[in-house]
Design a protein around this ligand. Structure first.
Ligand SMILES: [Zn+2]
Ligand SMILES: [Zn+2]
Length: 398
């Protein structure tokens, strides 16, 4: 007997005994199943909101101008930044950021937490590395052209947070998202160019990757101290500089490690500038009127309705109406208007009992003045801020 005829006969026999003709016997081994016990949700009050910028270039990036480390740190302090990561292009110093940015005598602050990092600047695009302490960045630079499985192993050994930068367009992050902890969903004050970054974020979230969305000004140019120091790019300092946008983290402590860990965990909100209101997003799981979780948190769905709350904290305009856009699993869920001194909206929905669900929000409304970067308002338009998602049934072992 010809082998293929024999095999076909066996399959046919199996089909006839177990299934009606036309049905497939295929079972998806990855189909959603009930996930196990998730870690408890951290305290909603045991922490403080810290603000900072996660993408800034100093004079150690060759194309920067009038942007010394001291200039960056003193400006950050003057606008109330709690933390900062100077992310110079590592290729400009052949990977040796440890002996350039980090050993710059100006790399110190008594009030701003300074993260160690760099912009991993490769043929396949850009990513930022963040760490609470010095690490061997040279190894990450050296491995840049290897396969993702090799890069991922080095990243893991270094114990760093890796973030995909400006993920669409020029120099987009061309590596696997399986090895990154966050994604730059808001690059620079010019908000409209981030639409594709948001789309990529939703795709990664929808496919099960619990990936923090963060901001970064990608500022390269400071204001010249005297007119003769001006360069052709000096004008940029007026429209895009430190804090456009500002990334907030709800950190359990005022330490660099807490900032990095919170960035990974996802209790993160992004605002147009340091003075713009902060978007806060909470959920009440048992409808007792008390919020049980916030953005970045992940819990098991009970199949019962959940009440969500979106709140703006900070310099809001009491007479203004803010537009709250809610996204569920990558699709528009609803649009709500928030007014008052502390603008707030609530809505209810029931996350699926089986399988993943996430909700995230963006808020539009009147721009907030940023006098130190006066032209940034026009660049970000009516975009006020965005939240990270609230997650249901995301598998931590994905
Ligand atoms: Zn870049
Ligand atoms: Zn950059």
């Amino acid at each position: 007997m010809h082998r293929s005829v024999f095999v076909a006969g066996l399959i046919m026999a199996g089909c006839l005994t177990s299934l009606a003709i036309g049905q497939s016997s295929h079972t998806d081994p990855w189909a959603p199943i009930e996930i196990g016990v998730l870690p408890p949700i951290a305290s909603l009050t045991g922490g403080e909101w810290l603000k900072g910028d996660l993408h800034v270039h100093s004079r150690h990036s060759k194309e920067s101008s009038n942007n010394s480390v001291a200039t960056i740190i003193s400006f950050s302090k003057s606008v109330g930044m709690d933390y900062l990561c100077i992310t110079d292009h590592d290729n400009h110093v052949l990977g040796d950021v440890a002996h350039n940015t980090w050993t710059d005598p100006e790399f110190k602050s008594d009030s701003v937490l300074l993260l160690y990092g760099a912009e991993w600047t490769t043929t396949r695009g850009h990513g930022n590395a963040f760490s609470a302490r010095p690490y061997d960045h040279q190894r990450l630079y050296d491995v840049r052209d290897q396969r993702d499985v090799v890069v991922g192993a080095v990243k893991k050994e270094l114990g760093i947070h890796l973030s995909a930068n400006h993920p669409s367009g020029k120099d987009h992050f061309g590596y696997s998202y399986d090895m990154v902890d966050s994604i730059e969903v808001w690059n620079s004050s010019y908000w409209p160019k981030n639409a594709n970054a948001i789309m990529i974020w939703d795709d990664m979230l929808s496919s099960g990757r619990k990936l923090t969305g963060r901001g970064g000004s990608d500022a390269h140019h400071g204001a010249p101290e005297t007119p003769d120091k001006a360069t052709k790019n000096s004008f940029q300092a007026k429209s895009n500089y430190i804090g456009t946008p500002t990334t907030w983290v709800f950190a359990p402590a005022r330490t660099s490690q807490a900032v990095v860990d919170t960035l990974t965990g996802g209790r993160v909100s992004v605002s147009a500038n340091p003075y713009a209101p902060r978007v806060e997003f909470y959920a009440d799981l048992d409808q007792d009127g008390k919020m049980d979780m916030m953005m970045g948190d992940n819990t098991k769905s009970t199949g019962k309705p959940v009440k969500f709350r979106v709140q703006l904290t900070g310099n809001t305009v009491p007479t203004a109406s803010y537009t709250v856009n809610v996204v569920k699993d990558g699709n528009k869920f609803g649009t709500f208007q928030a007014i008052g001194k502390i603008p707030m909206v609530e809505f209810t929905d029931t996350p699926a009992l089986l399988g993943r669900t996430y909700y995230r929000v963006t808020v539009e409304g009147p721009p907030t003045a940023y006098p130190q970067v006066p032209e940034s308002m026009a660049m970000s338009g009516n975009m006020v801020g965005l939240s990270n998602p609230i997650y249901f049934n995301f598998d931590p072992n994905f």
